[in-house]
Design a protein around this ligand. Structure first.
Ligand code: ADP
Length: 463
């Protein structure tokens, strides 16, 4: 060190002082050497010059070395300080150098470190808040990266789906529920969003997975687990009630109809008599009740898990030809025209009886809710990987608010009209169930007073 001690100077003045000091030393030693040379013998002058040179070289080296060491040592202190900040140690070290520039740099670093500390505290606080909210959500939330490792899981996630403390572990090593694991793997491999219902330990969960696709090109999947056990139990209860009620009603209604028919034929009441009118009313209403019970039984069958769903390959055109015979009976009464636009050689794989049932319901509705002499179209076409089966009518149409509700059981826009036409309010429910069994969807496009188009969109396997 130069021995400038605690005196603070700028780097510029330090270098200047050192250079001056060096120069003064050179001059003083030159003067001393000159004075010595006056008293020294001439042949020793060379030696004196050599001593002077060594002395000058030594001082030159000493001064530049001290200067370099001084600056480097103090820069090293700065380096230590930044290393500590990097490691998250935001302490203020105060003045540590005799060089003004280094001190100023140190103070700037201190100010920066103080600001960073505050931002760090803020960030941590926000993170804690966010974590607290996520941990205490009613819904289970988890995150998975593109390598199928669990990044995050909140406390609500049931142990039976993702065990606690599974962070940083691969989903294959922690998730035991095969259905859940396969769903995650397939959705991640397809790079898509997905949704699935899963049963585990007598509970029923609805699980969704969303692909976040951050800007850096990586993949993060956020999963939501909703406990739907109560809804599921209520739905099962409703389905069982529906199933039991339809079964229990079928026998007494059939026997009432039998007795009414027997009375009608055995007593041969005169046409205009009250007895005849009452019996006709009983028969009309029991017929209606039988239709309702049959529709209820159909829905129960479609809903039950062991439903007899029997897909087979058949020519759609042949099915429509058969259907036309049944349809002709009722569309003739209203003098309506049925136009069929179906490719003749189109072979599909589906449950023939169920598709026939659904189309019959749709065409029957098209006829009931359309005026006389109108046209009904039955069209089939292939759109991408879907078969579109559409029934188009020029009937009364539907209000937008009713479109969402018409697939509900017993919902009718005009209950009196539906009843008068012999409707049960269950026809479209049945169509929706049949479409769902074929993994398809049904859409409605309707304008009040202009007509409606009901389209069953069924996925087809082109292989
Ligand atoms: P319904 O036996 O009463 O016809 P559906 O379930 O088949 O029962 O239909 C439910 C309701 O949807 C009907 O009552 C009717 O109001 C409406 N609807 C169904 N099809 C049509 C259609 N093609 N045009 C207009 N309204 C329709």
């Amino acid at each position: 060190m130069l021995g400038i001690g605690s005196l603070m100077r700028s780097l510029f003045s330090k270098v200047l002082i050192s250079s001056w000091l060096f120069l003064i030393l050179l001059i003083v030693s030159a003067v001393v050497a000159f004075l010595i040379s006056l008293v020294l013998k001439e042949d020793l002058h060379i030696l004196l010059f050599m001593v002077y040179l060594v002395f000058a070289l030594y001082f030159s080296f000493f001064i530049s070395y001290s200067l370099a060491i001084g600056v480097t040592e103090e820069l090293k202190l700065l380096q230590e300080k930044t290393k500590k900040i990097n490691a998250g140690e935001f302490t203020r070290n105060g003045v540590l150098s005799s060089i003004i520039e280094i001190n100023q740099l140190s103070e700037s670093i201190d100010a920066m470190s103080a600001r960073l500390k505050l931002q760090f505290i803020d960030l941590n606080f926000e993170k804690e808040k966010f974590n607290l909210v996520l941990q205490n959500l009613k819904e289970g939330v988890f995150a998975i990266d593109g390598e199928k490792r669990i990044l995050f899981q909140n406390n609500t996630i049931p142990e039976s789906l993702i065990p606690k403390n599974s962070q940083s572990r691969s989903i294959e090593s922690v998730i035991e529920n095969k259905k859940f694991l396969n769903f995650l793997i397939q959705t991640i491999e397809k790079d898509q969003d997905g949704n699935i219902g899963i049963e585990s330990k007598k509970k029923y969960y609805n699980i969704s997975l969303y692909n976040l696709k951050p800007d850096d090109g990586s993949s993060i999947y956020i999963g939501m687990i909703l406990d739907k056990t109560q809804e599921r139990e209520r739905q099962i209860f409703r389905e069982q009630f529906f199933q039991n009620a339809s079964h229990e009603l079928k026998t007494p209604i059939t026997s009432i109809k039998g007795y009414a028919e027997t009375l009608n034929t055995r007593f041969n009441y005169p046409e205009e008599s009250n007895e005849k009118k009452f019996l006709a009313a009983i028969l009309r209403n029991t017929d209606r009740m039988i239709r309702i019970v049959e529709d209820m039984l159909t829905i129960s069958r479609l809903e039950s898990t062991n439903v007899v769903f029997q897909p087979e390959k058949f020519k759609l055109f042949d099915l429509i030809e058969n259907l036309k015979l049944t349809i002709e009976g009722f569309i003739k009464i209203k003098k309506q025209k049925l136009t069929v636009i179906v490719p003749e050689n189109l072979v599909i794989e589906a449950d023939l009886l169920l598709i026939e049932h659904a189309l019959l319901n749709l065409v029957q509705n098209a006829s009931v809710y359309s005026p006389e002499n109108s046209e009904i179209q039955l069209k089939a076409s292939l759109v991408d990987d879907f078969l579109h089966l559409a029934v188009v009518d020029q009937g009364i149409g539907l209000e937008e608010s009713d479109v969402e509700r018409i697939f509900e059981r017993f919902f009718r826009v005009d209950a009196t009209r539906s009843r008068k036409e012999g409707g049960t309010g269950l026809g479209l429910s049945i169509v929706k169930h049949i479409t769902k069994l074929h993994k398809g969807e049904i859409t409605v496009d309707s304008k009040l007073g202009k007509g409606s188009t009901f389209t069953m969109k069924l996925p087809i396997d082109r292989n």
